[in-house]
Write a protein that binds this ligand. Structure first.
Ligand code: GAF
Length: 388
């Protein structure tokens, strides 16, 4: 894993090389994993993500004209756009749409966004389900807000970044990723009520407990992830309408059997059962963590995985293999994290067993003939911030 210093140095070097001179500042935002609570955010439910030590850094300065130039080390082709491209969604496409989307969302919220030159470097892998897009949005938002002296309080930033993604980029995601990368705190998981947007920082001190979270990047090719995500969301919203509730969050777990009886197809029943039981698993996990019982959350993580595999049907063979191998090697619990159809698995392990569990996952992959996965251990880390 690169350190934050490396990525910040790369952003600065990119800025100097591309634009000449020094940036006015550097802003960082992390990727995230979700400890538990999957596909609950857009159902107004509960999630418990934490920010990663992997970060995206934006080096930037402002310019006199209302024009934006953005360079990324991942592409090397700078993209330039002006007011015409950010009057309406859709004017900029590709990776730079995440940047243009933030400019659009800020302007749409009534802010006068300064023109800027931005250089982006990132350690958050793209397409691995660790929220590289939310990291770009959050870092760019922080940079533009500071450069323009805009009054955008931290608690309003997740919605703005989400609007950039939903309305400008066109991805119908919930509020979890942007909240995690903006409001995350070192040593804590972020308990978020996605309806009220209330947050509680839940102590999650893995080091003190001799534990580690092992993240396995499945490297599975994404299989129709965007269309399937939208289909799951549509199915949940249709189920809520059929049940006469504003969102599936309003179905308490005790009322689940009766609710399932009122739905007329099995697939919808499975989708609803996942969301309702997953909300409850988040609440149960939070209760255990509040009383310092970190190891005891393992079975809830594993139950969440089974629910995603069997009821929500969003896992793939590589992901299931990683979970099974981690559990067989002694993980307390393991689950896919993120939207699904590829992406990453997390496993809660004793810190001194992390390497052995990672080896077991690699062996499980080799047995099935899958390309080797990536592995790293992570600690809950700070959210978006200005570096200097
Ligand atoms: C993706 C989305 F961006 C989140 O909003 C969330 O729905 C997640 O998938 C599933 O829990 O990361």
């Amino acid at each position: 894993m690169n350190t934050a210093g490396d990525v910040a140095a790369r952003a600065t070097a990119g800025f100097r090389q591309r634009y000449g001179g020094e940036p006015a500042g550097r802003w960082a935002a992390p990727g995230r994993v979700n400890l538990i609570g999957e596909h609950t955010d857009y159902n107004d439910g509960f999630v418990l993500p934490f920010a990663l030590p992997l970060r995206t850094v934006v080096a930037a300065d402002r310019c006199d004209d209302a024009r934006w130039t953005v360079w990324s080390e991942l592409d090397d082709q700078p993209v330039e756009f002006g007011p015409d491209e950010v009057d309406e969604p859709g004017g900029v496409t590709g990776w730079a749409a995440y940047v243009a989307g933030v400019v659009w969302a800020l302007r749409d919220a009534g802010h006068t966004v300064p023109g800027a030159r931005l250089a982006i470097a990132s350690d958050v892998p793209v397409g691995s389900g660790l929220s590289s897009s939310a990291a770009i949005e959050a870092a760019v938002l922080a940079a533009l807000a500071d450069l323009g002296g805009l009054d955008v309080p931290a608690e309003r930033r997740p919605r703005l970044a989400q609007r950039a993604e939903n309305a400008y980029v066109g991805a119908p995601t919930g509020i979890m990723d942007q909240s995690a990368v903006i409001r995350g705190r070192a040593g804590h998981a972020l308990f978020l009520d996605c309806r009220s947007e209330e947050v509680e920082q839940i102590p999650f001190d893995l080091d003190a407990a001799g534990l580690a979270v092992l993240v396995v990047d499945s490297r599975a090719p994404h299989r129709h992830a965007d269309g399937e995500y939208a289909a799951r969301r549509a199915s949940c919203e249709a189920a809520a309408r059929a049940l006469g509730v504003p969102a599936l969050r309003d179905v308490p777990v005790a009322a689940l059997p009766g609710a399932l009886d009122r739905l007329d197809d099995d697939e919808t029943r499975r989708r609803v059962r996942h969301v309702v039981t997953e909300d409850q698993r988040v609440l149960d996990t939070v209760a255990l963590l509040r009383s310092g019982r970190i190891r005891d959350i393992g079975p809830l993580l594993t139950a969440s995985h089974a629910s995603m595999r069997d009821d929500f049907e969003i896992t793939v063979p590589e992901i299931d293999t990683a979970v099974e191998a981690a559990l067989a090697a002694g993980a307390y619990g393991a689950r896919m994290t993120g939207g699904g159809f590829g992406g990453c698995v997390l496993a809660l392990v004793d810190a001194d067993r992390a390497d052995a569990v990672a080896d077991a996952v690699r062996a499980g992959y080799a047995e099935r003939g899958f390309a080797a996965p990536g592995t790293l251990t992570v600690l809950p880390s700070p959210g978006a911030t200005r570096l200097d």
